[in-house]
Design a binder for this molecule. Structure first.
Ligand code: HEC
Ligand code: HEC
Length: 279
């Protein structure tokens, strides 16, 4: 007992006594290794061997085209402020029609815009790369807003640009369609669009959750129209084109299917102002 206690206390008093010569060597090496490069670095100009192309992937420092989805519906109204601050109208014109000599495409062309997915527009605006042009030598590099703005403003801008061709549903339009949605869609999709209606719970796949941004930003308006009009065969989503809701006196003609598209979109965008932009 006594011996043990004595050994313990001597160990505590002289911690170096028990360290093997090997460990001392190792420590000395470690100190030398750490100090020498620092001394060299101070001693003269640094020479970096190799070039950037020596990196495993050349574009490793270029940043990835990551898409960060918003956690609340982007605001078309706030997007308009971003549009003005970034002077998009210099080339696109106030209404998106295009300034002669600067931009030949018309952002207000709804036939063009219904085929665009929000997520592609986000990538195009944030990273300034149009995919087909990126591979062609003479490609026009669109101004990227990557460094100028934050992700929330970028999404607001996407939905403002989309609204130039097809205005987002106003609260009055949302209210008008909501009772039709309530009697024809909510049994499956739920009144808040979470895909949790009483009938839909037993479906496989589950009815779509309209609040799922990654899913819906990967859809053009045209695809949504097609899926509502023609249904999704074998997956439980009925076709509505040509049907009627007699109680509500509504015919699901082509125009009304577009109203339903806008209604579905109102879960993923808003016309209300939310927060002022931070640019
Ligand atoms: C220097 C002129 C210029 C400025 C500034 C500019 N654009 Fe463009 N933009 C163009 C041109 C030219 C095209 C067509 C590119 C092409 O043909 O691929 C284009 C294409 C686009 C498209 C793609 C349309 C499509 O369907 O392919 C969007 C969206 C867009 N611009 C939005 C914006 C926004 C938002 C801003 C402001 C941040 C902006 N642009 C600023 C010139 C400009
Ligand atoms: C009988 C249940 C049912 C009803 C009623 C229903 N849906 Fe669906 N819906 C589904 C299911 C199930 C899916 C998911 C299909 C899938 O994931 O392939 C779906 C998917 C969708 C989608 C997503 C399509 C996509 O591209 O991801 C939209 C939009 C949609 N429904 C709109 C509506 C609208 C609008 C109504 C009412 C007019 C409606 N649905 C009525 C079951 C229903």
């Amino acid at each position: 007992m006594n011996i043990n206690t004595a050994a313990d206390s001597s160990f505590a008093a002289e911690p170096w006594a028990n360290i093997s010569p090997k460990a001392v060597n190792f420590l000395v090496c470690l100190v030398v290794c750490l100090i020498v490069p620092v001394l060299c670095a101070c001693g003269g100009p640094q020479v970096i061997k190799g070039t950037e192309s020596g990196l495993i992937k050349e574009n490793v420092t270029a940043g990835s085209e990551e898409v960060i989805f918003p956690d609340a519906p982007p605001s078309v109204a706030d997007g308009q402020v971003v549009w003005q601050k970034l002077n998009c109208a210099v080339c696109h014109g106030m209404e998106g029609g295009g300034v002669p000599g600067k931009c030949a495409i018309n952002l207000a062309n709804k036939y063009r815009m219904v085929k665009e997915k929000p997520v592609d527009q986000y990538k195009f605006l944030v990273y300034g790369i149009s995919a087909p042009k990126a591979f062609g030598a003479a490609g026009f590099m669109h101004p990227a807003i990557n460094k100028l703005t934050n992700r929330r403003d970028a999404w607001n801008l996407v939905f403002y640009v989309r609204s130039l061709a097809r205005p987002a549903a106003t609260p009055a339009q949302v209210a008008e369609v909501s009772s039709v949605f309530g009697s024809n869609c909510a049994v499956c999709h739920g009144t808040k669009g979470y895909g949790d209606g009483p009938v839909g719970r037993n479906f496989e796949p589950m009815p779509a959750n309209f609040q799922n941004f990654p899913r819906f930003y990967d859809r053009s308006d045209f695809i949504l129209w097609d899926h509502i009009a023609n249904g999704i065969k074998w997956e439980g989503m009925p076709n509505f084109l040509g049907k009627e809701d007699k109680a509500k006196n509504v015919k699901f003609d082509q125009a009304y299917i577009w109203k339903l598209v806008d209604y579905v979109r109102h879960f993923q965008e808003t016309t209300e102002k939310s927060l002022p932009p931070t640019i």
